[in-house]
Every structure is written in C-alpha cells, then in structure tokens.
Design a protein around this ligand. Structure first.
Ligand code: IPE
Ligand code: IPE
Ligand code: MG
Length: 245
C-alpha cells in the first residue's frame, strides 16, 4: 500500500498527458487461464475499466479514449459479439449513474448505424445525461475503426465541398481533424495497450501519430491503478520532440 501511494505521489500534476488512449486487450486469455468462458473475462474487464477511468478523473486527466469494440470484432463468434453488445449496453446504462456520479462526460465514437437500435438510443441518452458534467471526457470506441473514420471524414468533406459549405482550398490538417469522431479534442499523448500485443489494431490512426506508446504484458482485467500510475510516470520521463531537436 505504501509503495502504491508513493508511486502516485511521483506523478507531476503539471505534466500530465492530456489525452490517454487505451487498447484494453487480454480479456479472453484472462478467462481461459482460469478455465472460465471468454465472457467472464469481458465482465471482469468492464469492472477494471470503471476503476481506471475513475482514477484518471481523480488524477486530473482531461480525456480518455477506450477501445471497446472494433470494426473487425464482428468477425468473432455470434455469441461473443452478442455478449459484448449486451455488456456495452449495460455499461452505458449504468454509466449514467455511476460514472456520471464521478462527473464523467461520456461519448461514443465509431460508426453507429451497424449497432442495434437499443444501443443507439442508449448512446444518445447517456451522452445527453452526462453532457452537463465537467470531469474527464471518456470516449468509448464502439464499432470504431481508424480507417473507417478517415474514409467517413473524406466522404463528409467531399459532400461539404460539393454543397459549397467548404472550400477545397481550405482543406488542411486542422480542417480534416474536425471531420473525425474526436473533433475538438487533443490528439492522444499516451497510448496504453495491455496483454503483450504491440500493435495499433486500427485504433485512432490519425490521433496516434505522435503518441507515446506504452505496453504491458498484464491482461486487461489484471491492469491496476498502480499500473496506470507507472504508465503515466514513464510518459513523464520521455522527451517528446515532435520532429524538432
Ligand atoms: C479485449 O480482449 C476486448 C475486446 C476486444 C472486446 P480480447 O477479447 O481481445 O481478449 P484476448 O485478446 O482474446 O485475450
Ligand atoms: C483490439 O483488440 C480491439 C479492442 C480492444 C476492442 P483485438 O484483440 O480485437 O485486436 P487483435 O485482433 O489482437 O489485433
Ligand atoms: Mg485481443
């Protein structure tokens, strides 16, 4: 306990990452190790998520984006997809109370039209319910794919150029960012991926262009508040040059 408190006190409050991205991975392996169905790992992972978001909010992080379901995850067996969708629906419903009590602003990013009407409605409700909050902004990436996001942005820009709303001469990085799901939010500063995999898996391709990457072998349900502190302290020890000297 002492070690844990000490680590938290090592975090410099003036040099916090503004936006943390999390690829929460390893739920299935966590369950398998215990002889449980993969669904048990997803449920345990949802509990870990609440704990980590709450701690990020306490520390003073402004934005967190968590990868909950990718555009590629539809390839999983139907019963797993159904379980994940129900879990996410529950998460959004409960978040209205629990995370809103923590002052969290919840947003869903990704393509909504493939989601069930029930989830789409719940997203609208949860977003509206938490919009008044002033704490951390939590983006839940749900049916999210980085390439889909970019293609979608291109489509919308073309349509705005055709209708005369946007001038093609004005297209630059700034304008492009405004067509992404994360419009108005800073890029990712610190990207955390659990479970030992070291890849982006189509997560926030544009927004991760200069993020600091942090990997751990821990499986997501085992990821602790102390691990979060470690990642932030490591982030603060790095020299970010953005191409300069
Ligand atoms: C991450 O855990 C959760 C989702 C992708 C929804 P996994 O389900 O990918 O767990 P592993 O990687 O199979 O262990
Ligand atoms: C990435 O994890 C997607 C989410 C965490 C939601 P995956 O487990 O689906 O990624 P791959 O298949 O290992 O790249
Ligand atoms: Mg995985």
């Amino acid at each position: 306990m002492f070690g844990r408190k000490k680590r938290r006190s090592e975090i410099d409050p003036d040099r916090l990452p503004e936006h943390i991205g999390v690829i929460l991975d390893g739920n299935g392996r966590w369950a398998k190790k215990r002889g449980l169905p993969r669904s048990a790992g997803h449920s345990a992972g949802a509990d870990t998520l609440k704990k980590i978001v709450t701690e990020c909010n306490n520390i003073g992080i402004k934005y967190i984006t968590v990868y909950a379901f990718s555009t590629e995850n539809w390839k999983r067996p139907k019963d797993e997809v159904d379980f994940l969708m129900n879990l996410l629906l529950d998460y959004l419903r409960n978040a209205e109370k629990t995370l809103s009590g923590e002052n969290v602003v919840i947003k869903a990013i990704g393509s909504r039209k493939e989601l069930s009407a029930e989830i789409q409605e719940q997203i609208v409700k949860t977003e509206a319910f938490t919009a008044k909050n002033s704490g951390i902004v939590m983006n839940i990436a749900l049916n999210y794919g980085g390439r889909e996001e970019i293609v979608n942005a291109v489509r919308e820009i073309v349509s705005d150029v055709q209708s005369g709303k946007t001038d093609s001469d004005d297209i630059d990085e700034r304008l492009f960012s405004d067509y992404l799901y994360t419009k108005g939010q800073p890029d990712i500063d610190l990207l955390i991926r659990t479970s030992g995999e070291q890849r982006l898996s189509n997560f926030l391709l544009w927004q991760n262009s200069y993020s600091e990457l942090w990997f751990t072998d821990k499986l997501w349900p085992d990821f602790s508040v102390d691990d979060l502190h470690r990642a932030i302290i490591d982030f603060q020890s790095r020299s970010r040059r953005f191409g300069a000297v």
